[in-house]
Write a protein that binds this ligand. Structure first.
Ligand SMILES: [Zn+2]
Length: 85
């Protein structure tokens, strides 16, 4: 398997960026698949999500490293690039 400095997590957070849950470290394709699964799963409990690319403003809000966000009034699901070990 190719070694890479970066991997991805799917993080579940509150809108004020308090962590609720976080996935294991995943390669990008698996993380993208899990992100879509989680959006679908939580949509049934909390309502429709707006899905969009994350920006520096989102990092400033506390979603550090996020590359994509799904957001509604209750939860934020973040696809996050990470170099933790
Ligand atoms: Zn990590």
């Amino acid at each position: 398997m190719e070694r890479s400095q970066f991997h991805y997590h799917v993080d579940i957070l509150t809108p004020d960026s308090r962590p609720v849950a976080s996935s294991a470290a995943l390669p990008k394709s698996a993380a993208e698949r899990l992100f879509r699964q989680k959006v679908e799963e939580y949509r049934q409990q909390t309502g429709k999500f707006i899905v969009r690319p994350a920006t520096e403003r989102d990092w400033e809000r506390g979603f550090i490293g996020a590359v994509r966000l799904a957001e509604n009034h209750k939860l934020v699901i973040a696809l996050t690039r990470c170099d933790c070990s």
